[in-house]
Design a protein around this ligand. Sequence first.
Ligand code: ADP
Ligand code: MG
Length: 308
Amino acid sequence: MKEFELIEQYFQQETLSWCNEHVALGIGDDCAVLNVPAHQQMCISMDTLVEDIHFPKYANPYDIATRALCVTLSDLAAMGATPLGFTLAITLPIAQESWLKEFSEGLIAIAQQYQCPLMGGDTTRGPLLVISIQVHGIVEKHSALKRSGAQIGDYVYVSGNLGNGAGALPHVLQHPKCSIGLANYFWQPLPCIEFGKELVGKASACLDVSDGLVQDLNHICKASGVGIKLELNSIPLSDLLLKEYGQEKALQLALSGGDDYQLAFTANKEKCLPEHSKCIGRVIETENKNVLLPEQYTSCMSGFNHFS
Ligand code: ADP
Ligand code: MG
């Protein structure tokens, strides 16, 4: 199958790459053309997934696609942005039609759910399956949620259960084609887009938890010049995770495991926050700008890192 046929057949489909008020021109030209309303700003983020580094290569193509798009959209959620569209760079060892069909179906499911069409991309042959997705979103001018605004005295919250992504990992590695139970959290970490939008004007700092709660909250600490004290008993853990791992191990997974894609944010107690916000700690003044943990949890200070 030729490159252009492949693009037409699997990526240029009405259900995947539609145009709308924001996307004036999509797949088929040298560039996509976007309309950005005058009172808004564009947020852009990119994620790359490499076979056998970020996902097992024999996983279902549908699942690989949902994960790739979900994790990238999660960065828009963290900024309080509304998705507008995405671009896809894909490198494939071979162009197998059944694989591409399933892959595009996974993209369609998430693109439809978040109203975020595919606007363009690049398709190449290479030794490994590599998927890069860039998302584009919009937010009211000067209202994007950043990591840098946490104030001493603010409370620390998360949008939902932590640890499911890390708890799913052994299942995913052992049975790459199974995507039910905990594994579903790995393959479809649904981005908290609506939750993020609700936080605009309310959260003083925000990010998505991708590399482990403690490591990610440390980014807020650094950027905001504050410390954070966690209330470990308040960290929300799913029944599924608790049932499999027990309280202690589940908490460790929540603190240091990655792949949750929940939002962690800080806010003044007076603010009216989204319904499922869960308070897990407090922003405090410290010498070291980081998360304070009881001694037995200090190994949780390091989450995921590609180069160590
Ligand atoms: P160019 O030669 O100008 O870089 P290409 O021949 O690579 O363009 O691509 C032709 C069209 O198909 C472009 O509009 C491009 O954005 C789109 N496209 C290529 N690969 C993909 C992909 N993987 N997903 C979505 N659109 C793609
Ligand atoms: Mg060109």
